[in-house]
Ligand binder design. Sequence first.
Ligand code: IVH
Length: 681
Amino acid sequence: MNSRNKHIPVHETGQEGEVEVRIKTLREEIEQHNYNYYVLSAPTISDRAFDERMKALQDLEDMYPEYADPHSPTQRVGSDLSKEFEQVEHAYPMLSLGNTYSEEEVREFYNRTVRLLNEPFEIVAELKYDGVSISLIYENGVLVRAVTRGDGTRGDDVTANIRTIRSIPLKLRGNNYPGKFEIRGEVLLPWAEFDRLNKEREEQEEPLFANPRNAASGTLKQQNPAIVASRKLDGYFYYLLGEALPEQGHYENLQIARSWGFKIPDVIRKCRDLQDVFDYIAYWDRERKSLPVATDGIVLKVNSLQQQQQLGFTAKSPRWAISYKFQAERAVTRLNSVSFQVGRTGAVTPVANLEPILLSGTTVKRASLHNADIIEELGLRIGDDVYVEKGGEIIPKIVGVDVDARPMMIGDQVRFVTHCPECGAHLVRREKEAAHYCPNETGCPPQIKGKIEHFVTRRAMDIGIGPETVEDLYNAGYVKNIADLYTLQIPDLLLLERWAEKSAQNLAASLEKSKSVPFERVLYGLGIRYVGETVAKRLAFAFRDIDGLKQATFEALTSVDEIGGRIAQSVLAYFADERNLLIIDRLKTYGLQMATDGKIPVSSGKLKGLSIVISGTFSNHSRDEYKAMIEQHEGKNSSSISKNTDYILAGKNMGPAKLEKAVKWGIRMIDEEEFLNMLAL
Ligand code: IVH
């Protein structure tokens, strides 16, 4: 323990009170900034200043553990503690809503309410958020528990994970909240974060999340709150429960809950009549596409709590509320065949080949079937009429089969292949994974070609050829692994179709140039499963050269920052395979970089997931240098400002159009000093 963190008992310092007050003040101040930033999207201090306060608080808490508090903002970062979730009974069951799909059904709901109440009432219209429902319990202004819906009666206690969500208050603001109450809402993964996550997963060859809801639910079920913290979940709230709510109306209560620090959507409206309701539906059916999170309908609620009570519940849902689901874009078409595609890592993906059909503006010919379990569940047969939907998903999916339309003489039941369609190897299914894999890594054509394609990409060896060239070289029998690339001879290339002196020389030059590509990129280029760019950098930095890495034990690997068991296993498996060792030896002989020059800039990950626009002129570094820094720390440098822009790195003479947009959308502007400090901390 270093001296800074040495514990000095408070009674020996003679400053009881002082430390406590300082800690308390810092906590309050930080929570205020969290609120400004995450709820109001209107920060009042720079990130650097925020981080400094956070660090000061962390230091004080380290020094004076007697003032530890699970509600401290430092606890939001998430710990590595993992445990199974405990099941908790809901004090009020978590019911679902009756669904309607037409204006007619909405009208019926309205008219039924008129009949049952037989007195004037107000209807509140809200958006229906498509995430994971959550119930938060607050006692004396402090979040004490967060429980998932579960089976409606009992749910999983996911408090540790929920605590990591910055927009969810751990302590409430103000003092007019009831001593005990529950607030319900939806945990959502914003579109931008969903895209980022899937891109990352694609890079790591992990199965993609089909939609933000699945991603949010998968994230909430993580046993490691640190992982949850790294994915920017958000929480929107829409329902208060408790004995002593401040107001008589649902709408009014939500407005007050907003002042306690909750993110209460401001699109909630009181409707005067049915026409207002229909206008709201029509408006949001159009406009919802520009929202940062997924919605799948609207919810109508009788406002008065007293009237809600009067209307009561059926066994499954309240009589005082109903949801109207937006029409998912869906079509019926024929399933012609199913093909099985083998990817670079050998993962086998089933793809449905469909009779082409128009769906929300694009022609759909293929749909993902994801995995064997989904095929089984659908009970698909070739020739079936299938329902195809493009909801929140990027890739259209088959959601069902029109069994009634099935002719007597229907085709075969679709079964997942048992052998690799490319090389014939027997497929394997790893424990707890939904995907099937072809284990024949070095003998299966798409895996071989995929590995070579990956090796030559810009971010790896930057050898200027694309998949078609790799295909040609492979088909000609010239290249069967990445090392073979370095044995290519110009006269051999000239024998191939479409190859001329110039292109052959270009390739030779690129290959030569690739010999000075730094070790971490060579390591990334090897295509070891789960070793993406960042992991490759960390490994290269920790073990210095390929031999060091080859000899690393599981313990040594996992002791590297951010290298977990899964990655370690994969690295060990790679070096345990003689064929890989042979390739590495050859690459070494050809002169590729197999050791670091000691200057690997390891990403701090500080800008991970942030979209940053550079504007104006700078004095400390050039624009290109700033761009490189953003990318090195895993941020995204975009050229134009959008609502998804997190920061504008603003220099002198920033363009007026950019400035106007930045102000209009409340995007944070930082100068170069602030930016550099962000990275320095
Ligand atoms: S009110 C007793 N309001 O939809 C009803 N629910 O099918 C309490 N949902 O489980 C729910 N947006 O997860 C309500 N504005 C909203 C909602 C909403 C999404 C979800 C929620 C609930 C399901 C009901």
